[in-house]
Every structure is written in C-alpha cells, then in structure tokens.
Design a protein around this ligand. Structure first.
Ligand code: PLP
Length: 495
C-alpha cells in the first residue's frame, strides 16, 4: 500500500512508483513536501465475508484487521501486538456504569421512533482524557515508540492546545521511550479540569508550557519554531496534529465497530452524525464508506462555527478569520478552517491533484473557493456531495442546553456539549429503517460548566477524577518569545 499527496501532479504515476511513501514513512511526518495531505493510492476494500467474520471480533482484533490493510509495511505480528496493547479495557476504562466496557466503544439505543427510525449513541470517550482523541492517540503513542525503537531514533513532539488534543497527546506519550512532548497552552485559559488533567502529569518526558497570551499566540509560536528548519531537524521536532494519517486510520475502526454492533446482516445500512471541527473524525467515516462499509449518510454537525455546514449546504468553502471565530460551549469544534477537509475535496474533484492544489491556493489568496456550479464559481462538484453520503447541520448554545436537558430527562444520561451538537443535528436527519449513530466525542465531566448551566447540577465524574484539581501541577509559564522557547527546548532535549 502506497500513499499519494492530495497535491501530487500525477497521482496515478506517483502511486505506481516504488518510491511513493508507505505507512511507516508518513507515520512521523505531517504534510507532504508539496503541502498536500497523504491518502492511500487506492482504498482497500472489505468483502461481505470479512464483515461477517468481523462481527465476532474484539475491538483490538478488528483494529488489527483494518490497520493491516493500510500499514502493509509493518510485520503483522508486530501490528497485532500493538493493537492488542492499545485497545484494552485498562486503557478505555471510563465507561458508564451500565455500559459494557469490554466493548471499548459501547453503543446504546437512545430512542426508537414509531416510523422505524432509531437514534443511537456510540461512546468514544472512555479513554484516559475522556475525549475521542484518545481512540487514535493511544495507538499513535505505541506506533511512535515502536517505529523509533526500530530506527534507534528520538522524537520531540511540539504543539499547541486549547484542551483536548494536547492532553490526549500527553497521556498517549507519557513514559514512552525516545519521545518528549512540549505542549503549549494559553496560561489560565483552559478549564480547571483540562488544566489539571495536563499539568498533574509528573512524567519527566512531558513538558507543559503555559504561554502568557491566548491560543493563537501559542499556535504562532509553534509555527515560528517549525519554520526554522535547521532547528527543527537538529532537535528532531515533530507534531501529532489532526492531519496525521495514522490518527485518521485509527478512527476508521470505530465506524466499522458501530456498524457491526448496530446491524445483524450486511444488507443493512446505518448513518453516522459526527460533531465536527477539523474534519478528522468524519473523514475517517468517509474512508470507511469508500472501503465498502454500508454507510448511508455521514452528517457533519457543527456549532456556531459553521464552515463545514456552509459548504455542505451551498458548495462554498469560506474559511474564517480568527477574529470571526466564536468561542462556544463546544470549544473543541471552534475552528476557522477544517484542516482535513482537503482529503475530501481531493476525492470530490476526482483525485485531481492539480485542481486540489489550485483550490487550496485560492483558500490562501481569497479565503476560500466555490464549487456550487453557479456563474463565476470554481467548479460544479458540489452536485456530487450527496453521492458520498454527506449532509450537515448546525447547533447553537441554546440548542446544546435544550438537548442536554432533553437527553437527561428522556434517557437518564448526561451528554457533553459536543455530543449535544451531534444529537441536535442527528434528529434532523433520522430516516425510517436506517439506524442513526451519533458519535459521543467527550464525556460531560470535561465540560462541566455548561452541564451545570443546563441541568443545575454537576456532571458525574468517572472514578479517579474526583479530585484532580487538587493534585500537584508541573508546568512553566513563559512569554510568547520564540527565542526563549527555542532555548527551553534545546536545554531539555540535550541535542
Ligand atoms: C476534536 C474534537 C471534535 C472535533 O473533531 P474533528 O476531528 O476535529 O472534526 C469534536 N468533539 C470533541 C470533544 C473533540 O475533542
């Protein structure tokens, strides 16, 4: 299995070339050198017989079966050991008391309509940081450690976070040989829970750096350091952001799992609604569908930051300025542009790397592009969107409060704000005979401020999280000063 860049001039030729990268080559990297994102030269297909056999598998074994189709350059015994170590009940242990934790991503029915519609919830947030990012990041930690050990190499992960990604990365990389994590966050801007989660880690390979400023200041520091290629190479700097291909692939697994749990035979279809920001999660659903998983609709749910909803309604992709980005109560979806969206656009324009490059160049020069087919637009591919199953909807703070209350009243479970965006939008897309699975992307305890506002009481915390705010914290506070940052990294990598 070879990979191609979404901006490669001649994808077909590149795919055929023995020099095109394989899974291990792109594992530790980010963008392709031409600025594009990596995708498989072609999607591996699943057969009905495979789906039948996979109905019996544990999550770890299912993950192995799917990953081996994409990571053909990792010996199968090694891959099986990696997935077995990653997807255990020990790691994903925060399931609700009445869920079957052994299923890793347990599925439950919320409601069955008289018309044969069905609304379901798939829990993806039972990992150490209570958000779905653990599903992929935990695997990434083990894959990185494995790959670095084979090359006898080191990696220093450098990133900025406003919450979920940074903590998932730290919990995945803590204690891993050959890896350090330098994670920037805006000083005193994260919730007390998120801060405690990250800063209470005492592992010597985890460096929490609180920047005097807002998230964008922290993000700008990461860009400035990463643009210094000599420094980046010398200090073996890498990232784990949402465009990382291994993260996307790890997320493909739970779409299969949700499908297999919701159905009894392969002639049945299901739909998914996905609380979306950077389009990483739902992109994995698209890939599962392209592999032949019988998915009917993939519904992108956004909050007030509706870049994606706008595209799926109109065909216009219009990125926002950071001053136009709302700070909402589902903050992990507060994005101004969707960094994985290029993977879908490449598909939509018929895997034409030249078109994809031109369109995303236009994003830089004109802030977006228009595929509506209207006079003056950049193309008419919007008409193909439905063929790929995509639909969308958006939700507001008031909708989140209403939905959290509704779901608590009607089904006795407390959902988080991002999942509430999903449930609100899912209800607008229910169809008779096709189960609708909403992906639960975080546990409510993580966003307690809004739960309190909606329900007048605190969200329940999983055991072990009761007093995390009281634990000793390890972090340094720094000004947004690039040279000081480089000096800090250099001092701590010893390179
Ligand atoms: C990251 C995140 C999202 C958005 O996922 P994308 O892959 O960026 O679309 C949604 N909900 C939660 C809780 C998240 O942490």
């Amino acid at each position: 299995m070879h990979y191609v860049s979404t901006r490669a001039a001649t994808a077909a030729a590149a795919a055929a070339s023995p020099d095109s990268p394989r899974f291990s080559d792109i594992l530790l990297g980010g963008l392709a050198t031409d600025g594009g994102l990596f995708l498989p030269a072609e999607y591996p297909q699943v057969t009905g017989a495979e789906l039948d056999a996979w109905r019996q598998l544990s999550y770890a074994d299912l993950a192995f079966e799917i990953l081996r189709k994409f990571a053909t350059d990792i010996p199968e015994a090694d891959l099986r050991a990696l997935t077995a170590r990653t997807y255990t009940q020990d790691v994903y242990r925060n399931a609700r008391a009445d869920d079957d934790a052994a299923r890793i991503t347990p599925l439950r029915v919320l409601e069955e309509g008289a018309d044969g519609s069905k609304l379901m919830l798939q829990a993806l947030s039972n990992g150490p940081t209570l958000a779905f990012k653990d599903m992929a990041m935990q695997l990434l930690g083990n894959l990185f450690e494995y790959a670095l050990a084979r090359q006898n190499a080191e990696l220093n992960i450098f990133g900025a976070t406003s919450g979920d990604t940074g903590s998932a990365a730290e919990y995945a990389m803590r204690g891993k040989r050959g890896i350090r994590v330098f994670m920037l966050s805006p000083h005193r801007k994260m919730s007390a829970f998120q801060t405690a989660q990250m800063f209470s880690l005492q592992d010597p390979n985890i460096f929490n750096i609180a920047i005097e400023g807002v998230f964008d200041d922290a993000q700008d520091m990461v860009k400035a350091v990463s643009n210094d290629l000599a420094f980046k190479t010398r200090h073996k700097i890498g990232t784990v952001n949402s465009i990382n291909w291994a993260r996307v692939v790890a997320q493909v697994v739970y779409y299969f799992r949700g499908y297999l749990e919701a159905t009894t035979a392969n002639d049945q279809k299901v739909s998914f609604t996905v609380p979306s920001g950077n389009f990483g999660n739902i992109c994995a659903g698209h890939i599962a569908r392209m592999m032949g998983l019988p998915i009917d609709k993939l519904v992108a749910a956004t909050n007030e930051n509706d870049v994606l909803d706008e595209f799926f309604r109109t065909g216009v992709y219009r990125v926002r300025k950071s001053s136009e980005t709302y700070h909402t109560s589902s903050p992990s979806m507060d994005i101004s542009k969707a960094s994985n969206f290029e993977r879908f656009v490449y598909e939509l324009v018929g895997r034409d790397g030249d078109r994809t490059r031109a369109l995303f160049r236009k994003v830089e020069t004109h802030g977006g592009f228009d595929l509506s087919g209207k006079p003056g637009s950049d193309g008419d591919e919007f008409k193909l969107v439905a063929k790929y199953g995509f639909a969308s909807g958006k939700s507001t703070h008031a909708d989140r409060l209403d939905t959290i209350r509704d779901v608590a009243d009607d089904y006795g479970i407390v959902i988080d704000t991002h999942t509430a965006d999903g449930v609100k939008v899912a209800r607008e897309h229910l169809q008779p005979g096709v189960p609708m699975i909403v992906l639960e992307t975080a546990l409510a305890a993580k966003f307690n401020e809004t739960i309190l506002e909606a329900l007048g009481e605190d969200a329940e915390r999983p055991p072990g999280f009761e007093h995390i705010e009281d634990l000793p914290q390890k972090f340094v506070v720094m000004q947004a000063d690039v040279e000081a940052m480089k000096a800090y990294i250099a001092a701590n990598t010893g390179l």
